[in-house]
Design a protein around this ligand. Sequence first.
Ligand code: MG
Length: 390
Amino acid sequence: MTTVQADSLTLAPYAAHDEQSRGRRYPEPKPQFRSEFQRDRDRIIHSNAFRRLVYKTQVFVNHEGDLYRTRITHSIEVAQIGRSVARALGVNETLTEAISLAHDLGHTPFGHAGQDALNECMRPYGGFEHNLQSLRVVDELEERYAAFPGLNLTFECREGILKHCSARVARELGEIGERFLRHQQPGIEAQIANLADEIAYNNHDVDDGIRAGLVDLQQLTEMRLFRRQYDAVTAEHPGLGERRLVHEVIRRMINHIVVDLVRTSQQRIAEAAPACIDDVRLLPRPLIALSEQTLEEHRELMRFLRERVYRHYKVLRMTTKAKRVIEALFGAFMADIQLMPPEHQELAIRAEASFGTAGRARAVADYVAGMTDRYAILEHQRLYDPAERT
Ligand code: MG
């Protein structure tokens, strides 16, 4: 017997509903006992790309310490924040979770440094963008199902994964790219996952930045968002040890931002009164938003992190090294695809036959982007260190 999934009975009308889904690229029978979006989430969790996130960097390279965030813990934190917001707003928690867990699947090794380096290598061949790569992973690159390439996710989930894209790429992508040409919004669940991503990394980069000794509490109190919670915690708990103080402040910062997000979004939803997900898509601005003041304070935090953490000389040394590794790998494979494992050679030969040099470059980029930090370091040693076994 097939049971009705409870989601749709309790969801707001403007949420993503199973029955109104624009469907999958390759039609499939309905899942038994699960909703369509549960199936999306489950496929993401079982993918190879998801498992690799364990060994991919957020800011700090994976081997630097066990306490720093990796892509997987980041994705789980995004899902946690996203689910709380989705539930508070009565929209589809499961779809929000699926998008959150999938949003970084296309990330290269070595965080943003890796993405920038690969983009530079791919500049003559159409560039590399991790967000677009996440969609490519779920649409094309995962090899798990007999009947179709990729994970064959719903339109709503894919729409959420593709957060931004240029007009040129949007035209090539067809249906999923249309909203960028028409300047429309994605569904609410996608909007939530997008902001949950920012909230998660800003707050956990403060935590990781302190742990790494790149910033201290004194510097952080220059920021209003931090200062307000810091003053409250130190007043309530004088003499609290630094570790608990930091965690308590960050916990309250996340709560402050999320509560603001829910309240502001509730207001916007009430004003716009969308009757269905397509109404949400047609609105001139997103429904999910922070209040002006919190947005400004959040941006202050982002600027602080950019200057004090991401551009700290210790981080820059690491990211420069990472860039060199990516450039060297890409250069070696591009010059001679026979240096890649046979299955990737084959993909490169096929891509080159269809799309010329750009096709070969894309296959090389897929291989490099799929690597974990430690695999990339190992491949680099195998290729460039004469003492290393191949
Ligand atoms: Mg992210």
